[in-house]
Design a protein around this ligand. Structure first.
Ligand SMILES: C[S@@+](CC[C@H](N)C(=O)[O-])C[C@H]1O[C@@H](n2cnc3c(N)ncnc32)[C@H](O)[C@@H]1O
Length: 366
């Protein structure tokens, strides 16, 4: 076991490999992906509310679209951000929906404190089970994950368009894409051995408690080492919220290696445009609270050279909750005259544990 690595025992049935060596502020850190679970706390809302790069885009779209209209804010959060911003932008009325009880209570207090009870109607519950009358003209929803569709945006916004918006109603964001490139996990972590960052334990506990068992959570990388991306990148999930929107899709792409290195999986990250003509926010390159997600493929690193190719199939299916996606990757790496194939399924929830060797290292049996 390398120095500075600790095995911490989580309450929920696995020991978690944590790298507790001191980190510099911008060092890559691995956490579980968490936006797709109802485990938000005040700290997470603070991080979102202070993400100015993200907020400026939503604000600009609402300034453009909200004037004199009724705006529906799905997943308003504790800070009722987009409903309040819509009113500030001249909306006639805003309807805010929030599924988490504690968050909804905090949102209700904030609306009262701000004297906005007549301008904002707060509805508790999941948008797919709520109705609004009359319907809204604009829907704003920041339910975008680090893998763009992971929080269920395709189902939520498809349903909102069909049931909650007037014909011709507009959705913000306009479009999100998840891109993928070939990497190795240790390179993404700046050369450190794969392990969770110190803050990961409470999050893993909350996610595993919610799930009822430990499972192979998605691996979220904050501030990945961008030099780890050694191939071209391609879109593997496309969400056109004002156009053809599918909750299940499959993309086949070829990633061409551009620099010598090692590959054991792919790094994915999100790009988002809130309005049609804007340069998208890029979660890998821009300063934002959205992170990247690493998907493992090969059991160990494979050396690659420029011109080698990773053929990647990326299939999105809905999990058994009918809302959150499962992602299924199949890959063939053509390197050094040989072809190596691998498959990996990343499920939103359930009891699949140790489906890939990397999880046997990160989440050890007790
Ligand atoms: C990423 S946070 C965004 C919070 C806030 N809107 C912001 O942008 O800072 C997503 C919020 O949406 C809520 N949520 C997700 N899906 C929802 C749905 N279908 N209906 C109602 N609330 C939802 C979550 O509980 C969470 O509070």
């Amino acid at each position: 076991m390398p120095k500075n690595f600790d095995l911490l025992t989580a309450r929920v049935g696995v020991r978690v490999l944590v790298d507790d060596a001191p980190l510099t502020p911008a060092a890559p850190v691995m956490w579980p992906s968490m936006g797709e679970y109802p485990v938000y706390d005040a700290g997470q809302y603070r991080v979102l509310t202070s993400d100015e790069n993200r907020n400026a885009r939503f604000r600009a779209a609402l300034r453009h679209l909200a004037g004199n209209r009724t705006v529906l804010d799905i997943g308003t959060g504790a800070d009722v951000l987009w409903a309040r911003e819509s009113i500030a932008a001249g909306a006639r009325h805003a309807i805010a929906m929030e599924v988490m009880d504690d968050t909804c209570a905090a949102a209700s207090e904030l609306i009262a404190e701000s004297g906005l009870e007549n301008s904002i109607t707060l509805l508790k519950g999941t948008s797919t089970e709520l109705t609004v009358e009359p319907k809204a003209d604009v829907c704003v929803a920041e339910v975008i994950g680090s893998v763009a569709g992971a929080e269920g945006a395709a189902v939520v916004l498809g349903d909102a368009r069909r049931r909650l918006l007037n014909p011709g109603g507009r959705v913000v964001p306009h479009r999100c894409v998840t891109r993928a490139a070939a990497v190795s996990l240790s390179a993404v972590l700046g050369g450190r051995e794969p392990a969770f960052g110190p803050g990961a334990i409470p999050l893993l506990e909350r996610i595993f408690d919610w799930n009822g068992a430990p499972f192979d959570v998605r691996l979220r990388i904050r501030d990945p080492d961008r030099s780890a991306v050694i191939s071209t990148d391609e879109p593997v999930e496309v969400l056109d919220f004002n156009g053809d929107l599918s909750s299940e899709q499959e993309q086949q792409v070829t990633l061409t290696v551009e620099r010598p290195g090692r590959v054991d999986g792919v790094l994915t990250w999100m790009q988002m445009s809130c309005l049609p003509d804007e340069v998208p926010l890029d979660a890998l390159r821009d300063d934002t609270s959205w992170a990247s997600v690493y998907f493992p493929l090969f059991p160990r690193e494979v050396a690659v050279e420029p011109g080698d190719r990773l053929q990647l199939g990326f299939r999105t299916t809905l999990s058994d909750d009918g809302l959150h996606p499962d992602y299924h990757l199949s890959a063939t790496l053509h390197a050094g005259g040989a072809a190596l194939s691998a498959r990996f399924s990343s499920l939103h929830h359930g009891d699949v544990l140790h489906s890939h060797p990397v999880y046997r290292k990160l989440l050890l049996p007790l």
